[in-house]
Design a protein around this ligand. Structure first.
Ligand code: PLP
Length: 288
């Protein structure tokens, strides 16, 4: 396996960053998790834009164009002969003199990691195409005025602490905001299906603007399924007709149960999953 580190393709075992790197020291870094289908990055422009926003929030000026970042991803996929892959692009502030206060003389570290990820997951290794068992957690989502959820940074302790609460067999932690409304999963967005359409927590709350979330909203609009964003209590999830999670690797993942209460997928989740598949096929395999 080869990874891209600071402009060089290096064997994975030699792909290292300094122990003084601020991504390691403080989580002072931004990243994107993407998926390559047929060699092209699904929703690249949206990922590039979100990464730029995260870097702006952190004040990391890496000085690379989106085209250069895309080129490094393509080189990493090509070097590993991968077409369908998980792709992680991380940009840390790098090493700098001094302590916590970020300084403009830091030299950002840019890393691309890829792993094979065929559609449907890697057999035996992952089960994310199975419906998810979800658990609401005591750990609350960090409020936006403490750490803006829209910035996808290397500081994932909030989700890690929530997932530490999971009982045996649970797949995803569902975090509530400071008011007790559901916000999102540790690494996923939440959708509820009601008789009137689909619902998802508003981005006014501490919710990462998921790229998959946005695609699902677009697909629902095209299919004339009404989409609502708002505030939802844990009981709204438990009483939903259907519910599902979204993220780049899971795509749409039905929620089997939350806190032991059965929900399950259903016709709307199935329809949106099929539309999502068609979009991937059309854009990445049929040369649309
Ligand atoms: N919310 C959080 C906290 C995440 O970490 C992720 C993805 O990792 C998502 C939502 C889903 O975002 P996306 O669809 O862009 O993968």
């Amino acid at each position: 396996m080869k990874y891209h580190v600071d402009g060089e393709l290096v064997p994975a075992e030699n792909a290292t960053v300094s122990v003084e790197d601020r991504g390691f020291q403080y989580g002072d870094a931004a990243f994107e998790t993407m998926r390559a289908y047929g060699g092209s990055i699904f929703e690249w422009s949206a990922h590039a834009e979100r990464l730029a926003g995260s870097c702006e929030t952190l004040g990391i000026d890496h000085g690379l164009s989106d085209a250069e970042l895309r080129k490094r991803i393509r080189e990493t996929l090509d070097a590993n002969d991968l077409a369908d892959a998980y792709v992680k692009l991380s940009i840390s502030r790098g090493v700098q003199e001094g302590k916590l206060t970020p300084r403009p003389d830091a030299d950002p570290t840019v890393v691309v990691i890829v792993k094979e990820l065929p559609r449907g997951g890697v057999e035996g290794a992952d089960v994310w195409d199975e419906p998810a068992t979800v658990q609401t957690t005591k750990t609350r989502r960090i409020p936006d005025n403490a750490l803006p959820a829209e910035a996808k940074t290397h500081n994932y302790l909030n989700g890690i602490l929530a997932r530490r609460e999971l009982v045996e067999g649970a797949d995803e932690a569902l975090l509530r905001d400071a008011e007790g409304n559901v916000a999102e999963g540790a690494a996923s967005n939440l959708f509820l299906v009601g008789e009137d359409g689909i619902h998802t927590p508003s981005l006014d709350g501490p919710v990462l603007p998921g790229i998959t979330r946005e695609v699902v909203i677009e697909l629902a609009d095209e299919a004339e399924i009404p989409v609502y964003t708002g505030s939802y209590a844990p009981d709204d999830v438990r009483n939903a007709e259907e519910a599902f999670l979204t993220n780049t690797t899971w795509e749409l993942r039905p929620i089997e149960s939350v806190d032991g209460i059965e929900i399950g997928g259903g016709p709307v989740t199935n329809l949106l999953s099929r539309l999502f598949d068609e979009r991937v096929e059309r854009r990445h395999y049929d040369g649309d």
